[in-house]
Unconditional design. Structure first.
Length: 98
């Protein structure tokens, strides 16, 4: 089961992937793919202590982060990571069930 977490007022807050990379303890991995001949990049985040278990995909538009998609079954870790990022980068978010 996945859930989507959307940042409030992401257009005004203007958080970038580089901002997330700058948070100590957070690992960001870029995965490049091609979809119907169009190159695209996906970004996944985790905490450095989680042994490369990536639980969140970063949703972004025109370079701005607008939310996260949680894929794994460990909802508590994913929620804690989003809360940690929100504290460090000073943003608010809400969950959209999918």
């Amino acid at each position: 089961m996945s859930s989507i977490y959307k940042l409030r007022n992401f257009e005004k807050k203007k958080i970038t992937i580089e901002d997330i990379k700058s948070v100590h303890g957070v690992v960001v991995v870029k995965e490049s793919k091609e979809c119907f001949g169009v190159p695209t990049s996906l970004y996944f985040i985790s905490h450095e202590e989680w042994a490369n278990k990536f639980s969140l995909e970063i949703g972004f538009n025109q370079g701005l982060v607008y939310g996260f998609v949680r894929y794994d079954d460990n909802h508590e870790k994913a929620s804690n990571l989003i809360s940690f990022l929100s504290e460090k980068l000073k943003f608010d978010f809400f969950e959209i069930n999918s």
